[in-house]
Design a protein around this ligand. Structure first.
Ligand code: ATP
Ligand code: SF4
Ligand code: MG
Length: 337
C-alpha cells in the first residue's frame, strides 16, 4: 500500500554564532494511512525540528540540507512556504505546536481564529496565526458548524465553551491554549496530524480524554498521527509504532509492542527501565545517567556513547547505521550486526 508520508535520508541544520550543527541526521521515517507513529526521545533529540520541517515552518536559521519529505508523493522540501496554499484540497496536515501561545494570534478572539481556519481563509498575518499550522483545505465531507466547535471544546474539557470563545489567547492558561489546538485538530480532521507534546500542560483526566480523541480521529476519520513526546508510557498508549530518537538520529523503530517488550538499543532500554511500570530489574529504578548532548557539541560516533554502559571502542568513532533486526523492528547500535 502507498504510504501517506515518507521521509528519506533527512538532514537538518541550525546556524548559530557562525557555526552549523545538525539537529536531524539521516532520518528515515514512513507513516502509513490510518496509523499513529510515536516519536520519543529526551530534550534536544530533534523531535520538534522534524515536525516543523514537515509543515515547512523551520526557523530562518535552519535548513533542510539533504533528503526528501514526501507527502502523498509530493516532496514538501521543494515547496516554497507560500506555495503550500496551492496544494489546498490535496494536502491536509495540521500541527499542534509544543508552545500553543506562538501559534495563536494574540489580537484575535479564539472564536474568530477558529472560524478563520475553518473557512479556509489564510490570515493576513501568516507569521502569527493558527492558519499557518494547517496546510490544506477542510475535507469536503466535513461541514463544521458552531455547534461542532462547542462540542469539540467540551470534549477537551471546557465546561463553558462559549466563555472561552470570546477570550483572547493571553486570557487563557497554557493548558487551555493547548486544548484549543487539540479541539482545532479534532474539527479539521486532517490526513496527517503532528501532535508535538500535546498533553504536557494537562491534568491526567484531560490527558486521557485527549488520547481518546486522537484515537477517535484515527479510527473514525482515518487521520494518521505523529505523536511526539518525551514520555514513552504516553506514546505507547496510542501508537501503533514507536520511533526512538537521540542526538538527531533514529536509535530504534518498531511496533509499540516490540519496543516495549523487546527493546534492543541501550538508550531505548534506559528510557523504558527508568519508568516504574516497565521496570523489571533488580534494585532501584534509576534514570539514564548524564544529559543529552548539545548539537553544537555532539560527540563523535554514536551520540549516546558517553552515557551508554554497553559502549565499545567502535561506538566512539562510528555512527551506527539503522539495521533491520526483525519483522518491522529496526535498530541503530553497534551491538547488533
Ligand atoms: P524538547 O523535548 O526539549 O522539545 P526536541 O526533541 O523537540 O526537544 P528540538 O527542539 O528539535 O528538540 O531541538 C533539537 C536541537 O536543535 C537541540 O539541540 C536544540 O538546542 C537545537 N535547536 C532547536 N532550535 C534551534 C534554533 N532555533 N537555533 C539553534 N539551535 C536550535
Ligand atoms: Fe551504546 Fe554503542 Fe549501541 Fe551507541 S552504538 S547505543 S554507544 S552500544
Ligand atoms: Mg520539542
Amino acid at each position: 500500500m502507498d504510504k501517506l508520508l515518507i521521509i528519506d535520508d533527512l538532514w537538518i541544520s541550525y546556524y548559530k554564532d557562525g557555526k552549523k550543527a545538525y539537529a536531524i541526521r539521516g532520518l528515515n521515517l514512513e507513516v502509513d494511512y490510518n496509523q499513529i507513529v510515536g516519536i520519543v526521545g529526551e530534550s534536544g533529540s530533534g523531535k520538534s525540528t522534524l515536525g516543523h520541517a514537515i509543515v515547512g515552518l523551520l526557523p530562518s536559521n535552519s535548513k533542510v540540507e539533504k533528503g526528501r519529505i514526501l507527502f502523498e508523493g509530493t516532496d514538501l522540501t521543494k515547496i516554497n512556504r507560500r506555495d503550500f496554499y496551492k496544494f489546498r484540497g490535496k494536502n491536509a496536515i495540521f500541527m499542534i505546536f509544543q508552545d500553543p501561545m506562538s501559534s495563536l494570534n494574540p489580537t484575535m478572539k479564539i472564536y474568530d481564529q477558529l472560524r478563520e481556519v475553518i473557512q479556509g481563509k489564510h490570515s493576513s498575518n501568516e507569521d502569527f496565526s493558527l492558519t499557518r499550522w494547517f496546510l490544506g483545505n477542510i475535507r469536503k465531507d466535513i461541514i463544521i458548524e458552531n455547534k461542532d466547535i462547542i462540542e469539540a471544546l467540551k470534549k477537551v474539557g471546557f465546561k463553558n465553551p462559549k466563555e472561552i470563545l470570546v477570550k483572547y489567547p493571553h486570557q487563557l492558561s497554557g493548558g487551555e491554549r493547548q486544548r484549543i489546538m487539540i479541539a482545532m485538530a479534532y474539527l479539521l480532521k486532517p490526513k496527517l496530524l503532528i501532535a508535538d507534546e500535546p498533553t504536557t500542560a494537562l491534568d491526567v483526566v484531560t490527558q486521557a480524554q485527549v488520547l481518546k480523541m486522537l484515537l477517535e480521529l484515527k479510527d473514525e476519520y482515518k487521520t494518521s498521527i505523529i505523536f511526539i513526546s518525551h514520555d514513552i508510557t504516553l506514546v505507547s498508549q496510542i501508537s501503533d509504532r514507536i520511533l526512538v530518537m537521540y542526538g538527531g538520529i533514529l536509535m530504534e523503530d518498531g511496533s509499540s509492542e516490540e519496543i516495549l517488550k523487546n527493546p534492543l538499543n541501550p538508550y531505548t532500554k534506559g528510557l523504558i527501565s527508568s519508568l516504574p511500570i516497565y521496570f523489571k530489574g533488580e534494585g532501584r529504578i534509576s534514570p539514564i545517567p548524564g544529559f543529552p548532548p548539545n548539537i553544537f557539541n555532539l560527540p563523535a560516533g554514536c551520540p549516546f556513547h558517553p552515557r551508554c554502559s554497553s559502549n565499545m571502542s567502535i561506538c566512539k568513532s562510528q555512527m551506527p547505521k539503522i539495521k533491520k533486526i526483525g519483522e518491522s523492528h529496526y535498530v541503530a547500535c553497534h551491538l547488533y550486526g
